[in-house]
Design a protein around this ligand. Structure first.
Ligand SMILES: [Zn+2]
Length: 360
């Protein structure tokens, strides 16, 4: 029996094959696709769950973090046990997906995705799914997608608001729409503004829909829009991006790929002789970063005691501690540079920076 016949006879995908634009041909294409889900937080869990159940032949999951109890509220592939054991998210997600669909290949990488390893992890993918919690890595993904000609489905969810936008080969990219991502006020993150599971599921469902349209061979069906959604009111808005490609865009127009050109080491450095890590924003992108200490103080106020000193914001985190319970001190400069005191773990420091300073 051929694979197709086997798939039809067991009926596993029967309901979705009844959708006219999927059928057996679309299902075969889905089974041949390799989707990389970058970030196994709330969005990544939900999107990976949908894609695994839909029969995507190869799924690769990448995440640098471990499961905490506060993740279980919205990260659908994790349990209390995963949190107790502080299992790496990518591995816990892969284990769960193996139980959901044993017929697909699922790989997990526990690592911090950065410029120097991005092409190793993302090269050769059919499509990239954004399950990220920070802007910097999103724009790295955008660089990879444009340079490699791979579709990338951007998604974001904070509070009750979500956004989805496809970055398709030869069409508008994320920087056409957000040319200076780090200008202006600090962007809220899940850690500063909270997030509801309903928001996340709506966003991930939309991302997975666009992904399935593309990988099933229905690329023209993919809606060329920036979709925005408020889960509380149910309001949605769709802004066309069909003609939004900007010839002067730093990424797809001038093809400078600033985020892909950055050095991983420069971004997080253990400070010699000190129990501290320095975070330096990616090269190139630094030119557009402006951290307003007053605005950032307001954002961080619920999470610690912070004071503005000249062009710096300094303070101590209340809810986050180092391994062993030691206190974490932050010093943030107006150019986005930060010193994370109380740790010598660059990945911990980098994660803390992305979670709380986020889009700054
Ligand atoms: Zn662009």
């Amino acid at each position: 029996m051929s694979d197709d016949a086997a798939a039809q006879s067991d009926g596993r995908y029967h309901r979705q094959q009844l959708i006219p634009w999927i059928g057996t041909g679309g299902q075969r294409s889905i089974g041949q696709a390799h989707v990389v889900v970058v970030g196994c937080g709330a969005l990544g869990c939900a999107a990976a769950d949908i894609l695994a159940r839909s029969g995507v032949g190869r799924l690769t999951l990448i995440d640098r973090d471990v499961v905490e109890l506060s993740n279980v509220q919205r990260q659908t592939l994790f349990t209390e046990r995963d949190a107790r054991e502080r299992r790496p998210k990518a591995e816990a997600a892969r284990a769960r997906i193996g139980e959901i669909n044993s017929t697909i290949e699922c790989r997990a990488w526990v690592d911090h995705l950065c410029a120097e390893n991005a092409l190793d992890y993302l090269g050769g993918a059919t499509l990239l799914i954004d399950g990220l919690d920070n802007l910097r890595t999103r724009f790295l993904l955008n660089d990879v997608a444009v340079q490699q000609g791979v579709p990338y489905i951007y998604g974001g969810a904070v509070g009750t608001e979500g956004r989805v936008m496809p970055v398709l080969p030869g069409e508008a990219c994320l920087r056409c729409i957000f040319p200076e991502p780090f200008a202006g006020a600090p962007q809220p993150t899940c850690d500063t503004a909270g997030v509801l599971m309903s928001t996340v599921l709506a966003v991930a469902a939309r991302q997975a829909m666009l992904a399935l349209q593309w990988i099933s061979g229905n690329s023209q069906q993919v809606s060329r829009t920036l979709w925005s959604f408020d889960a509380a009111s149910g309001r949605t808005a769709m802004a066309s991006i069909g003609h939004a490609r900007d010839a002067q865009c730093a990424c797809c127009g001038r093809r400078t790929f600033e985020f892909l050109g950055a050095s991983c080491e420069e971004q997080a450095t253990v400070l010699c002789g000190r129990n501290a890590v320095q975070i330096v924003p990616a090269k190139g992108a630094a030119a557009t970063i402006r951290c307003d200490p007053q605005l950032l103080q307001a954002t961080l106020a619920p999470h610690g005691n912070f004071e503005v000193h000249g062009s710096r914001l300094v303070g101590t985190m209340r809810e986050v501690t180092a391994v062993g319970g030691g206190r974490i001190d932050l010093t943030i400069f107006s150019d986005g540079r930060a010193i994370v005191g109380g740790t010598t773990d660059p990945i911990f420091a980098r994660t803390l920076y992305d979670r709380f300073i986020g889009g700054c």
